[in-house]
Design a binder for this molecule. Sequence first.
Ligand code: HEC
Length: 169
Amino acid sequence: MRLSLLIVPVIFLYSCNDNRPTLKILQSEINYLNVKNDSLEKEIQEIKPGLGDLMLMVQVHHNKLWFAGKEENWPLAQFEHDEIMEILRQAESIEKERSEVKLFKVMIYSQLDSVQTSINLKNTDRFVSSFTNLTSACNNCHTNTKFSFNKIVIPEHPPYSNQEFEPVK
Ligand code: HEC
């Protein structure tokens, strides 16, 4: 009886000192979390929009930007410009494995800046020439990345019939 009273605390102390089991548990928790991260990563890859999907959105805003600028609806032109920027930034952050997104910086941001300047100045002539350069920037990249079959032009019609481009009075 006396002996067991002594042994039990000793075993207890020993087990507290030996932190290997704790490490083991931690390690298995880390492994579990890693597995979780892997499957989460896989899920993200499956549901995130691809570069082509994001480009389709850019295409629509590129079109609307043209009609907004032509009609001198500067707040709308600003909005469409910002949408294009936002989508390109989104592509840069979620499509890291696509080398093409690294080209945005050198191939299209300065053209978007010029469009921005024309909007700031509310200058239609500048808008037309900067939009033309922007459209060339789209095509320069498509050509550089072997997507030259994907040719962007200055649009003839707005993408949808249910939106007014004239400035709201
Ligand atoms: C720096 C490179 C780059 C720039 C700049 C760029 N694109 Fe793209 N674009 C691509 C790549 C790469 C693809 C092919 C994506 C894929 O593999 O699905 C593409 C595809 C597209 C598509 C095809 C989507 C479809 O399903 O029809 C459209 C439309 C498009 N781009 C529009 C534009 C417009 C409009 C601009 C300019 C405002 C632009 N792109 C600027 C690289 C670029």
